[in-house]
Design a protein around this ligand. Structure first.
Ligand code: LLP
Length: 430
């Protein structure tokens, strides 16, 4: 469910007409709904309530200060993957003691910073990394809390670039090696405190079955580690998928009634809680996409249209630098005109201004026959949208807006040219 819908044929976010935002800020602009985020958080909390469950928002999905602050105010922790993300959490009012630090390539500088800030746990991905953390912690006279990410070999049935839990992926320690890895930590790394176990099988999972399979597979290991190492948490990672194709319709309860097979937070919880409850262990979940994905749209203006020999192109002012998902993962985002009309749809490619053939947001799509000056909303843009954007082609980073009821606030102003070149200098000037 989300808070985007047509009112008087104008697309609104909560009570705000998106056309008003576009007129005021210009486009492209990302518009987030506070109400949608709050209701997603509440849904996770209530569905997981039977467990001692902590939610660690994966901030890579959307790391704007205002979004992190919203999550922090609701008591959430954070799944971070760099010192930069930890810095953002602290800067936005989040608690480092609720942060778990994942990622296969943590540098010494990052490890030191995280230790200084007192994070909850490092989720480690290799023996070499564990040894590095042990040595740095020893040097600092500290004991580092760690968990190891186990790679359970479960196919998540998602795009190959966002599958992480098979032995073809760079992530985690293979399930066949996990017990010896923990034994090695216990025997050889005096500056580490084994705090938990972590896993994450992939992102944008639309089925519950792979989650259940992974939990079932890792469960005996968790039981063993509870006894051997007294581990206090098991992190299941993130991965719950959102609605991309029917995003607008999925704002209404009827859509969910008609699509009972689509993964829901409650369905996920109902499937795993019976397996987890008997363990009496703290469960951490790390949702990113599911907390913010359907909570934002990106507004873009149609600039031109061109009837090519084979195709109709609509040029829009948002490029692959603004949302890279279609180019990188064949990602599908629905497009809705901000001003609704009843004209017949056309089949077109929606392409951006970036000088790359891969710079499209939709290919051969039935879309509203928008004309230059018309505004479109690219739906489901809240996760891995702005956070993956870049200044490629020297295009400024887009603006971001947070809607709250009938109010809206800029949470990132559009970048200016001086900001794009900040830090650059001629040889000898540094
Ligand atoms: N935990 C770990 C260890 C992760 O690696 C990730 C995502 C998450 C949690 C959050 O997963 P989520 O709940 O958002 O599925 N850029 C890609 C997605 C990359 C996901 C990377 N890891 C996309 O746009 O589809």
């Amino acid at each position: 469910m989300h808070s985007f819908s047509y009112k008087n044929q104008s697309l609104h976010c909560e009570q705000v007409n998106l056309a008003d935002i576009a007129t005021s800020t210009g486009t492209p602009v990302f518009v987030y709904s506070k109400e949608t985020i709050a209701s997603d958080v509440a849904e996770f909390k209530s569905a997981m309530a039977p467990l001692d469950c902590h939610i660690a928002y994966a901030i890579k999905a959307s790391s704007n200060k205002a979004i992190i602050n919203l999550m922090a105010k609701q008591g959430l922790g954070f799944d971070i993957v760099s010192a930069g993300e930890l810095w953002r959490v602290i800067n936005a009012g989040g608690d480092p003691a609720l942060c778990t630090f994942a990622g296969v390539g943590k540098t010494e500088k990052e490890i030191r910073y995280a230790l200084e800030q007192g994070i909850y746990a490092f989720n480690c991905e290799s023996l070499a990394e564990l040894r590095a953390i042990d040595s740095i912690a020893g040097d600092m006279g500290l004991i580092a809390p760690v968990a190891v990410r186990v790679n359970p070999h479960v196919d998540a049935h998602t795009h190959k670039y966002i599958t992480t839990g098979t032995n073809e992926n760079k992530f985690g320690v293979d399930i066949t090696r996990i017990e010896e890895t923990y034994a090695t930590i216990a025997a050889e790394m005096p500056n580490l405190h084994i705090r938990g176990l972590q896993m994450h099988i992939g992102s944008q999972l639309t089925e519950i079955a792979p989650f259940v399979k992974a939990v079932e597979k890792v469960l005996p290991i968790v039981k063993k580690f509870q006894q051997l190492y007294n581990i206090e948490f098991w992190s299941l990672g993130g991965g719950i998928g959102i609605v991309y194709k029917d995003c607008l319709a999925s704002g209404q309860p009827e859509w969910w009634a008609a699509n009972p097979d689509h993964i829901t937070i409650q369905g996920y919880a109902d499937a795993i809680i019976p397996l987890l409850a008997p363990l009496g262990i703290k469960i951490i979940i790390e949702p990113g996409r599911r907390l913010v994905g359907n909570a934002a749209v990106m507004l873009t203006t149609c600039l031109y249209e061109k009837k090519g020999e084979a195709k109709l192109f609509k040029m829009i002012d948002a490029g692959m630098n603004d949302i890279i998902r279609p180019a990188l993962y064949e990602g599908y985002h629905e497009f809705c005109p901000v001003k609704q009309n009843s004209d017949p749809l056309v089949t077109a490619d929606l392409v951006g201004p970036v000088c790359e053939s891969g710079d499209f947001q939709a290919e051969q799509r039935e879309v509203a026959d928008v004309k230059p000056g018309d505004i479109l909303a690219e739906m489901s843009a809240g996760a891995y949208g702005f956070s993956m954007s870049s200044t490629y082609n020297s295009r400024p980073l887009a603006a971001e807006v947070l809607v709250d009821g009938d109010q809206w606030h800029i949470i990132r102003r559009r970048q200016c040219m001086e900001e794009i070149v900040t830090g650059e200098c001629l040889p000898g000037e540094a």
